[in-house]
Design a protein around this ligand. Structure first.
Ligand code: PRX
Length: 631
């Protein structure tokens, strides 16, 4: 893998990648992967349509790059190291050889259920090996996987299944999360009442619970795998054939099914993994994310396996059986690279050092963080107590839409500094824009973060809605991809992400759109309207504050608050529950009827010294009442 060795090689590569992007990516793609047919054109693009095509004409299968090509020299190397929820259960090391067999068997089971190239398969599984294997099995036969995080509710699951017309669903009898057991199959059964397109459900056994199976629709996975052939030829895919769909929240409307395609995603996820995590052949790499999110797709499954790495998959939670669990796993498996979210770091830091000091963390070489801005205190705690000031921290900024890391320190090339994602990765042409839509040049400036030029792993469209793709990402700033984030660029050209500039709120590293939460609340018969904003929270980064106006004011009570949160859990999932609910007699609105969230955000954040001009409001009097009763 074309290696960035030091600052000079980073700056030279960056320069090449900007001056001649096609030649740059051509070399990386040619030298590091196996192709069934080479490309005729490296890049074809036009952000005004928008159309983006990388490695046109090439043919490949990503699983041959993730698995088959490692068999010659590394068949017995551990590919996936599974650490179960219960520390007393044995961990499982799946070699590349075994992964090859299990992916092929799974792919053959999918075929036996009628799945063909281009069909959509929904995966709703806990963090067990079958999750990674099912994703790869889909890719083996060209089926498009759509993984839905197993914390989402039945309604959220069914809407995602229906949006992209999935034909088959993969789930389990349940899952373990700390001391809790999650009854996944009953959530699936409820979801499928609304999903006519699902023909078969494959059910992995995890908690060995006796659960109802629908005859002719539901099949236990294990017996099917046992009789399936261990060989399955990899389907030939075109470079731009979709590899997967992954849903992410938008500021309005339903979640967006981001479509990632095969060749560009492969090249970029592999290349960033190698350079940002500096993976060496004997390392054990661990990313604590769930494969239900993009971090898990790119940096638990694809990026590591494309590099022939050993990737650790952890089923449990950081707090079980106690808050020392992460560090006990680092010690047990001699983890070299550890990648987690700021919210986890803050939660662990709060527990004190007694839960860190018993463990030998000397195997660690690199620490990573992702998902939200990391505050200075958490950064220093991570650096001092986990990395012992010897491990570079990579604060990696990226998105579901970008497919791979976009801005990050590169450990042997340049260092991180607290709260800064630092410099764009090679090939990434970042820009800051002002409110008028003009680029802000120079350093020591702040604006809206855009990317000026395509990179190989960018999402190509929103499933079934190209127009929305165009409007969301390519309309605010002509000929630019708009990220939805604000950022500042310091005197050295280093970027610090300041947060979302739209109505997406990042809670514990999870991206939540306000609109679907408000829709859920407004379904309550007593609710007239509602507005959700984020406010700073010690552990979660941001938490959700809901302002709710009722149809009749005498109904304001705590029982109703509980019902509101139950509705949100049902419609979206427990991750979207509100921390605070304030009943209001009205919401501040502009004369055109738009809710002034800016004011509500300030009140929720207890930052009311300067509310700005409220004289243009239709109902300025409500502001004072809301302030008086704020929680
Ligand atoms: O606001 C940024 C924040 O997370 C958003 C993307 O969320 P999602 O698509 O769920 O992907 C998360 C994992 C890649 C971004 O628009 N974000 C992500 N990483 C960082 C971050 N904010 C600050 N610093 C980061 N390192």
């Amino acid at each position: 893998m074309y290696y960035l060795k030091n600052f000079e090689s980073y700056t030279n590569s960056y320069k090449n990648s900007v001056e001649n992007p096609e030649a740059f990516w051509n070399t990386i793609a040619k030298d590091n992967f196996v192709w069934k047919r080479p490309w005729s054109r490296v890049l074809d693009w036009d952000f005004s349509i928008p159309k983006i095509s990388w490695f046109e004409g090439a043919q490949l299968n990503i699983t041959e790059n993730c698995i088959d090509r490692h068999l010659e020299h590394n068949a017995e190397k551990t590919a996936i190291l599974f650490e179960p929820n219960n520390p007393n259960d044995t961990s499982e090391a799946i070699t590349y050889n075994e992964l090859h067999k299990r992916v092929n068997q799974f792919a053959n089971v999918l075929k036996s259920k009628g799945i063909q190239k281009g069909d959509r398969v929904c995966v709703y599984l806990p963090m067990i090996p079958e999750l990674a294997i099912s994703v790869l099995a889909c890719a083996r036969i060209g089926a498009i996987h759509s993984v839905v995080f197993a914390g989402f509710s039945a309604n959220a699951l069914s809407s995602r299944i229906n949006d992209c017309d999935c034909k088959l669903l993969i789930t389990s009898d349940g899952g373990y999360r700390g001391a809790k057991t999650i009854d996944l199959k009953s959530i699936v059964d409820t979801a499928l009442l609304d999903c006519e397109g699902i023909e078969s459900v494959l059910v992995a056994k995890r908690i060995h619970k006796d659960i109802p199976m629908v005859s002719g629709r539901d099949f236990w996975l294990q017996p099917l795998l046992e009789t399936a052939s261990e060989s399955c030829e990899a389907t030939v895919m075109d470079a731009e054939d979709p590899l997967f769909i992954l849903y992410t929240s938008g500021s309005t409307g339903q979640p967006k099914g981001m479509v990632h395609t095969t060749a560009g995603y492969m090249v970029y996820s592999a290349y960033t993994f190698k350079n940002i995590f500096q993976y060496e052949p004997d390392d054990v790499y661990w990313c604590t994310a769930d494969i239900g999110w993009i971090t898990g797709h790119s940096y638990i499954v694809y990026g590591p396996l494309l590099n022939g790495a050993t990737t650790l998959m952890f089923e449990g939670v950081p707090s079980y059986p106690d808050y020392g669990r992460f560090w006990s796993i680092v010690e047990k498996h001699k983890v070299s690279q550890f990648y987690t979210a700021p919210t986890a770091i803050r939660a662990l830091a709060k527990q004190g050092l007694d839960l860190v000091s018993p463990y030998d963390l000397s195997s660690l070489k690199i620490l990573g963080t992702v998902g939200e801005p990391i505050n200075e205190e958490a950064w220093h705690w991570y650096n001092d107590h986990i990395g012992k000031r010897k491990c570079p921290i990579v604060d990696t900024w990226w998105q579901t839409e970008t497919g791979g890391i976009m801005i990050s320190p590169i450990p042997n090339s340049f260092e991180g500094k607290p709260t800064f994602a630092t410099l764009p990765f090679v090939g990434i042409q970042a820009a800051l824009m002002d409110e008028k839509g003009d680029e802000i040049e120079g350093n020591s400036v702040e604006g809206r973060l855009c990317i000026k030029f395509p990179w190989p792993s960018m999402a190509r469209t929103i499933w079934g809605n190209h127009q929305r793709y165009k409007e969301t990402y390519f309309s605010a700033y002509e000929q630019n991809y708009f990220t939805g984030d604000g950022a500042l660029r310091d005197e050295n050209g280093h970027y610090r992400i300041t947060g979302r500039v739209d109505d997406v709120i990042i809670v514990s590293g999870h991206n939540l759109g306000t609109a679907p939460i408000e829709d859920a609340i407004n379904e309550h018969p007593n609710v007239a309207e509602s507005a959700i904003v984020g406010y700073p929270h010690d552990i979660k980064g941001s938490a959700l504050y809901g302002y709710v106006t009722l149809k009749k004011s005498d109904e304001m009570n705590d029982a109703l608050k509980i019902e509101i949160n139950q509705l949100i859990s049902k419609q979206i999932g427990p991750i979207a529950k509100l921390d605070k609910i304030q009943f209001t007699s009205g919401l501040p609105k502009t004369r055109s009827g738009k809710i002034m969230r800016r004011i509500l955000r300030k009140i929720a954040s207890k930052d009311t010294s300067n509310l700005g001009d409220i004289s243009t409001l239709l109902n300025p009097e409500v502001v004072e009442t809301i302030m008086k009763n704020s929680l």
